[in-house]
Design a protein around this ligand. Sequence first.
Ligand code: 13P
Length: 247
Amino acid sequence: MRTPFISANWKMNKTVDETVLFMKEFIPLVKDTKGVDIVIAPPFTALQTAFSLLKDTNISLSAQNVFYEEKGAYTGEISPSMLTEIGCSYVIIGHSERRQYFNETDEIVNKKIKIAQKYGLAIIMCIGESLAEREAGKTMDILKKQLINGLKHISAENIIIAYEPIWAIGTGKTATTEQAQEAHNFIRGELRSLYGKTAEEIRILYGGSVTPDNIKALMSCQDVDGALVGGASLKADNFAKIVNFKK
Ligand code: 13P
């Protein structure tokens, strides 16, 4: 049984003050929610404040990125021990925005996963195709390449995959349940080749224009085990509705 997993990815949104306001509204809305892993990924500057508010709640904390070295002369970067020290349990790695704007390659994603795992962080690894790649019929090739290269010499421990078709991110164009299930089923198959039976335990999240209106249908797909939510996670009541999709 894979426990449903719903994570907010705030991207470059919310100051510390805005984080406090959100948490005060959000925590009571989900305090009785059971059987769902709830995670929020604020920007780096709000992580410590967020952790102080989330302590003793049913909500865990994620970072949106990490660097692949342990320490040293890497101006502007954040190491895995800096994240664990302030209460992060998860880290998002390989988001398409990082691949697109910051030239993150599969090799860099692989190095980041390796060090995050070493420090005991659970990893939300993002993969997904562009519109041009989908239209050219290359979706499964891209997903396979990102999985195989990103997970090279990586064990299945603490790995969560987020399938985020780039054309669905921030566009209001959600993948249909058929498109999501097809991709997730393919990903599960690739994970089986890599990890055997353990693949049945790995959660595969869908991301891309998830809202309170479409979460139920997406979660009804056999291989959709959760969601990574951008825009709709910025308002506490909206995100609570997504987390409480069973109600
Ligand atoms: P939206 O939910 O805003 O489409 O963003 C999805 C995403 O990129 C989550 O990581």
